[in-house]
Ligand binder design. Structure first.
Ligand SMILES: O=C(O)CCC(=O)C1=CC=C[C@@H](O)[C@@H]1C(=O)O
Ligand SMILES: [Mg+2]
Length: 344
């Protein structure tokens, strides 16, 4: 087998990359992260569909690894898939508790759910009600996770997780923003006898050094996303180096980006996956770029690359000014990747 970890990153010429690009704008079914319309650049690449979709507010430096990931997935051979299907969690945005069962119904067969908490403008009572509704819907055998996106101070996190402990949480994802706070929250919860595992997400994907959180002993597991970590091959080697169990997640991608996450999850060595992955989110979109979307069925998604559908690319085609914005963004990110490579 080829050693894909040491292989050079894919470097197709920019003109070829832009010639393969389609910019789409797809409505979400429920506001997620404040997003009502998801924009993405989709590539009809030589090795299959690929995606470049950093969130709009990210600057070029943060967007560059997302492009590296897209180029790698579309233009370079990927590590061998060791699994055919990946179990996924339902993702419950910060909706009212009464809406939770309808959201869960979009994830058929999923027995694990991740619930967004600590949303700005909402209270701990809102979080408790939403988590209670999800726990009741899943029953005692289900697994319930929460994701605060770093929204709590250390004090708030300890109080909130003590209150949510009644619902027997699988883990709490990024309860507070900094690595130091995660260390503090983790040790204070232990001292208080609250046993909930801590997962790091932003501390991995937004950090200069994605392994610092693991070295600091600040987390029990890591959330890894292929696009911000520079692609399947780079993310896979980081995970192996970190040595902590992981959950592979996504970024509200279309099926083209979800395929990248599925291939990462499928390529991880035995024993490294810490349960269901956060790759079911096409169910939160109101459209897709393929006629056979990568959505959960019986709680899992098969590992494959989707066929792009020209009619859907046309239906969700972004307005000309947005298309131009993405082409310029991709060109700047490409130039950054090139200059970083030249400096090495
Ligand atoms: O992990 C999941 O269940 C789905 C993906 C997900 O939650 C996220 C996708 C996109 C942006 C992030 O704010 C968010 C996350 O924080 O994990
Ligand atoms: Mg998260």
């Amino acid at each position: 087998m080829t050693d894909t970890r040491s292989a050079a990153p894919a470097a197709p010429p920019l003109a070829e990359v832009l010639a393969a690009a389609h910019v789409v704008s797809i409505p979400t079914r429920t506001r997620f992260r404040g997003i009502a319309v998801r924009e993405a650049m989709i590539f009809d690449a030589p090795l299959g569909a690929s995606e470049f979709s950093p969130f709009l507010e990210y600057d070029d430096a943060e967007a560059a690894p997302w492009l590296a990931a897209a180029l790698d997935f579309g233009w370079a051979p990927q590590p061998e898939a060791l699994r055919e299907r990946i179990e996924v969690n339902a993702t419950v945005p910060s909706v009212g508790a009464h809406e939770a069962p309808a959201v869960l119904a979009r994830f058929p067969g999923c027995t694990t759910a991740k619930v967004k908490v600590a949303e700005r403008g909402q209270s701990l009572a809102d979080d408790v009600a939403r988590v209670r509704a999800v726990r009741e819907a899943l029953g005692p055998a289900g697994l319930v996770r929460v994701d605060a996106n770093g929204g709590w101070s250390a004090d708030d996190a300890v109080a909130a997780l003590a209150a949510l402990a009644d619902f027997d949480l699988d883990y709490a994802e990024q309860p507070s923003a900094s690595v130091d706070e995660l260390v503090e929250v983790r040790s204070r919860l232990r001292a208080a006898g609250v046993s909930v595992r801590i997962a790091a997400d932003e501390s991995v994907r937004k950090a200069e050094d994605p392994l610092a959180v693991a070295r600091a002993g600040a987390a029990d597991l890591l959330i890894v996303k292929a696009q911000p970590l520079g692609g399947v091959r780079r993310a896979r080697s980081l995970v192996i180096e970190a040595g902590l169990p992981v959950v592979v997640s996504s970024a509200l991608d279309t099926s083209a980006g979800i395929a990248m996450g599925l291939h990462l999850a499928a390529a991880l060595p035995e024993g490294m996956l810490a349960g269901a992955c956060g790759l079911g989110t096409v169910a939160l979109l109101d459209g897709d770029v393929t006629a056979s979307p990568l959505v959960p069925l019986d709680g899992a998604i098969e590992v494959r690359r989707p066929d792009l559908d020209p009619a859907l690319l046309e239906r969700y085609r972004a307005a000309p000014d947005r298309e131009e914005w993405w082409r310029q963004r991709a060109s700047r990110a490409y130039a950054l990747l090139r200059s970083r490579r030249d400096q090495r």
